[in-house]
Design a protein. Structure first.
Length: 367
């Protein structure tokens, strides 16, 4: 019911008073914050594409807010504390729809769609036990630092957005070819100074920012903030190699909710190498303090399933691959964080090994 209420409120807000002078003023303010000349709002190509984007992606905005409303205030707080325009929230929405388990075809992961190499350079841990690209808060801090570096390199926020998508080198090349860093020039559809994906990327961000500016109370003063008050998060330290189920019980939560708030854990236990952190709702902090005793948390036996890499062939389906390897379609989806049935030839899939297949894989490797 709560989901439906927020979705309905947001859908109404998106389209209310869209053509008022106040709305136009808000659009100009969005451009100003991102260092974009105000006359870009009347650019004919942008006006046309904005209408198409609004029709196709307004639902992305409303669904993202409705499904992940409890995370948005904390994400926006990190953005604000790092002196980024609040409109950068929409960059994450365009990248992933705020889906923390989101993984692209090139293995960019998390709400900010970090590639592994870039993520590591901003101190995000990625190993056998955790993938902090899926941590909505730590990855937001990493993204903020990355965007600030790009702003320092190119001097303007909209150029930082472009570089975030296509890379610094590709943007420098585009600016050199265009002999200008003006946004309208760089996005020229006929000249192709930048990849089409990048040209569309910033237009989507601007369009969603315009839509949300119309009734920003959903993100701040009113409905969303009220719902989010009970979902402010705190970070707590927990011992190594303990069960998430035991930790959930300790704070009177179910395991499903604890894992939702901590999607960076690969397994149902904390990393074995050292103490680590997890997030809990602020309202659970007193319970945590009262019940937390690391001596009472038993170490769990670590059982990490053996895996193999499978390269998709023409004609393969999830069902045929699962049947061939004695596993389930659900397992393939879980290990590869995929939701659709479409596969591409030469796509790499991680498959869990059954005992029989594990023995066979080892036999093949040794012969």
């Amino acid at each position: 019911m709560r989901f439906v209420l927020i979705l309905a409120l947001f859908a109404c807000a998106l389209w209310a008073n869209v053509f008022t002078p106040e709305y136009y003023k808000n659009q100009i303010e969005v451009l100003r914050k991102l260092d974009i000349e105000s006359n870009y709002i009347s650019d004919l190509v942008f006006v046309e594409s904005k209408s198409n984007i609004k029709r196709v992606h307004s639902k992305t905005l409303s669904v993202s807010v409705s499904e992940f409303y409890e995370f948005i205030p904390s994400i926006r707080k990190i953005i604000k504390e790092n002196d980024l325009p609040k409109e950068f929230l929409y960059l994450a929405i365009v990248e992933s729809g705020l889906k923390m388990q989101s993984t692209s075809r090139v293995r960019a992961t998390g709400i900010w769609q970090f590639m592994e190499r870039t993520a590591r350079s901003f101190d995000l841990r990625i190993d056998e036990f955790v993938d902090e690209r899926k941590d909505p808060f730590k990855s937001t801090l990493a993204a903020a630092n990355y965007l600030k570096e790009l702003k320092a390199e190119f001097g303007k926020w909209y150029l930082a957005i472009l570089a975030y998508n296509c890379g610094s080198g590709r943007l420098r090349q585009g600016i050199k070819e265009a002999q200008s860093d003006d946004l309208a020039v760089l996005l020229d559809e006929n000249k192709g100074y930048l990849p089409q994906e990048t040209r569309l990327f910033i237009k989507k961000i601007l369009t969603l920012a315009f839509l949300a500016q119309n009734e920003d109370f959903l993100f701040e003063e009113k409905a969303l903030a009220n719902y989010a008050l009970a979902n402010e998060f705190i970070k707590v330290q927990v011992p190594s190699q303990v069960s998430l189920k035991d930790l959930a019980k300790l704070v009177d939560m179910n395991l499903k909710d604890l894992k939702r708030y901590n999607p960076h854990f690969r397994y149902d236990f904390t990393p074995p190498d050292a103490s680590y952190y997890m997030y809990i709702p602020l309202e659970k902090s007193l319970i945590f303090e009262q019940n937390y005793d690391p001596k009472k948390l038993a170490k769990v036996e670590i059982k990490i399933p053996k895996t193999q890499i499978y390269i998709v062939k023409s004609g393969d389906s999830l069902w045929s691959i699962a049947r061939k390897h004695g596993i389930t379609v659900a397992q393939i989806r879980e290990y590869n964080t995929i939701s659709k049935n479409l596969l591409r030839p030469k796509q790499k899939l991680i498959l869990p090994l059954t005992i029989e297949n594990y023995k066979y894989a080892r036999y093949k490797k040794s012969h």
